[in-house]
Design a binder for this molecule. Sequence first.
Ligand SMILES: O=C(O)CCC(=O)C(=O)O
Length: 243
Amino acid sequence: MNTTQLIPDYERDGVVRIRRLFTPDQVAAIRAELDRYIREDLDSKPADARTLEADGKTVRNLWRLEQHHPALIPMVARPDIVALVSRLVHGEPVLCGVETFNKPARIGSGVPYHQDNAYFCQTPPDMLTIWIAMDPATLENGPVYYVRGSHHQGMLPTKPSGVKGNSIGMAEPSTVPLSDQFCGLLAPGDALIHQCETIHHSAPNTSDHPRLGLLLVYRGKHTQTDPKLKAAYTAALSATPPA
Ligand SMILES: O=C(O)CCC(=O)C(=O)O
């Protein structure tokens, strides 16, 4: 992986795209394992191991796969990826979450404008997400849009969103026009890395094609929980639990 340009781009924009982080064979193996987990294991996990779409049966998100399906970790958390993360989180990486945003065809719901640190509640904000495309992410199936450089502003005011699986959003959506935002168009195996205070969102999937993303969340070992952020998140989560 050529990281020479990637690291300054990430520091400047709060989001970068990496082409072909995973090969087609690796994507197929990860997808097969996620499908198997949903089919065979998910029913035996706690209700908050997933969020369902409005139809009450299709998976919107899988949560805490690092606990519920640890065999996935060696498939995705490669040493070269962990080495890059250590540069971006300015310290020793700790894997805090492995999750999915499935965006199933036709019914996949949107994700309101938010900053991830409203959920993660860490200070300093040395925390990031690697969003790995299992399907093509296209203009039609609800790609993630980012406001470049927005992480430099720090945390902006939040409000409970009422959206299952994304309980806390921004009090005011960004005024940056969609056409000026970074659009996360991806081929399977490509990835995005975003800093935890970069503003982002995605639209519902009204297309006939699913848009499955697998997310790895890392923080630097030196970060600590911010009690004010945590109190706001706890209130939003109890208003709209994930399951
Ligand atoms: O996959 C999506 O549509 C949203 C992802 C997201 O909010 C995140 O990566 O924090």
